[in-house]
Write a protein that binds this ligand. Structure first.
Ligand code: KE4
Length: 430
């Protein structure tokens, strides 16, 4: 925390709840007040006092190319010459829709919205309207934005009704969402058996990024696809993080699974506010005005956001980029593993492509329960030590770290050295 940020944070707390426009930014999970950011470029952020940090938050995922990639900035400036918003269809949004349809295997039609929350909220309403059913199954530790049906915690025991995850979520609505342990197919089977013909959809982050990174067990996603198909349940992949991150076609391409609906966000907006939901033509054609399931948005398909997204996805068409991202990420995360070993600190790293997490502990991290058994207080100390060395990590142990195209070997070596110093200090605290 620097003086200028402290000054701004005090003022911000008078007029913005918690002084931030999204809770995790407040740093309460790590006990560190936020640094106010002045600008970003490449893999760097500059704080309000001018200090430079190596950024592994990457705006929580969108900045896969790094900050201010020239082609994206140019595309936004070009679009700006023609105005900022029309509230009418444009050729550019048609091109973005075509790009998404061509790249994400299961998407035949897509609707642009303005955030990941809007995407999942709309996909859930669509699934309920299409199936005529009301119940939703989600998984503990997965986050799908803040729509009421998604802010639901697991009830007591398996296959029981959900309980509101926040005041303001009506109990009667929360009861329609059941949250189950990730990677637990038996729990899904038991729930579907308990509520036959009542479940509209199962929504899942195919690679979880909101409890830290947790990978699907072999056969888990395939099992979900099979059981949903057999029971007339729609399978919704929330690929807001994984879409265009772990592969151009997202986790569904990586794992060769075809969900019925997919939610996107983050990368497809190139850093501007964008979300999208899409999937099977017979399902999507039920969305207004074609169908009678309503969803709308003043700024949906906004020309500047679409320009940024299109320019980003045009660059990501080059699959060589994913090879380079994999090489970078393998270098960084294997370096972190080695640094922890040399420092005598036990860590577990979960990673898919350029999204990964460092957990403190010895045991495999395979669901939210095992995440909660990791040493989160060690993560808090690690976060503070790394920030002191100008490495900007996610201010929560329940998030992902992202590598961008802008992170080069020299910068990652510095990161690994800083991590070694931090692990050494943690080791001495043990
Ligand atoms: P937004 O409404 O924040 O654009 O997207 C919600 C969302 C939906 N699905 C997944 C898998 C997500 O990860 C998110 C949002 N991610 C969080 C951090 N992991 C955004 C950061 C924040 O809340 O400030």
């Amino acid at each position: 925390m620097t003086d200028r940020s402290r000054e701004l944070f005090l003022k911000a707390q008078e007029v913005i709840p918690g002084g931030v426009n999204s809770p995790v930014r407040a740093g309460r999970a790590v006990g560190v007040d936020p640094i106010f950011i002045q600008r970003a470029d490449g893999c760097y952020l500059w704080g309000a006092d001018g200090k430079r940090y190596i950024d592994y938050v990457c705006s929580w995922g969108p900045m896969i190319l790094g900050h201010r990639p020239p082609e994206v900035i140019q595309a936004i400036n070009d679009a700006l010459e023609n105005g900022t918003s029309y509230g009418a269809p444009t050729e550019m949004e048609l091109n973005l829709a075509r790009m998404i349809v061509e790249t994400v295997p299961s998407i035949e039609m897509v609707r642009m919205v303005n955030s990941g929350t809007e995407a999942t909220m709309s996909a859930i309403r669509l699934a309920r309207g299409f199936t005529g059913r009301d119940m939703i199954i989600k998984f503990d530790g997965c986050y799908h934005g803040h729509a009421d049906s998604c802010l639901v915690n697991a009830g007591s025991g398996l296959a029981t009704f959900g309980i509101p995850g926040s005041p303001g979520v009506p109990v009667d609505l929360a009861r329609l969402t059941i949250s189950l342990p990730f990677n637990n197919l038996e729990a899904v089977e038991a729930t579907i058996k308990k509520f036959p013909d009542e479940v509209a959809a199962i929504i899942i982050e195919p690679i979880a990024g909101n409890m830290g990174v947790v990978l699907p067990d072999k056969g888990f996603l395939e099992g979900l696809r099979k059981i949903t198909r057999e029971n007339g349940i729609l399978l919704i992949f929330d690929e807001v993080i994984t879409g265009f991150r772990v592969s151009p076609g997202g986790a569904q391409e990586l794992y060769s699974i075809m969900p019925d609906l997919t939610c996107l966000g983050k990368i497809i907006g190139g850093g501007l506010p964008v979300g999208a939901y899409g999937g099977r033509r017979d399902v999507m054609s039920r969305v207004a005005p074609d169908g009678n399931i309503y969803q709308a948005g003043t700024l949906s398909g906004n020309p500047l956001a679409v320009a940024a997204g299109l320019a980003t996805l045009m660059i990501l068409k080059n699959k060589e980029i994913y090879v380079r991202l994999e090489e970078k990420s393998r270098f960084l995360f294997s370096g972190l593993t080695d640094a922890a070993k040399r420092a005598g600190v036990d860590i577990v790293i979960n990673r898919v492509g350029s999204m990964g997490s460092v957990f403190f502990g010895k045991n495999p991290v395979v669901d939210f329960g095992s995440v909660k058994h990791t040493d989160t207080s060690k993560y808090r100390s690690f976060y503070r030590e790394m920030l002191a060395q100008r490495i900007y990590l996610a201010p929560s142990p329940f998030e992902a770290l992202f590598v961008s195209l802008a992170h080069n070997e020299k910068i990652m070596k510095k990161t690994i050295d800083s991590a070694f110093n931090s692990f050494k200090k943690l080791g001495n605290m043990q």
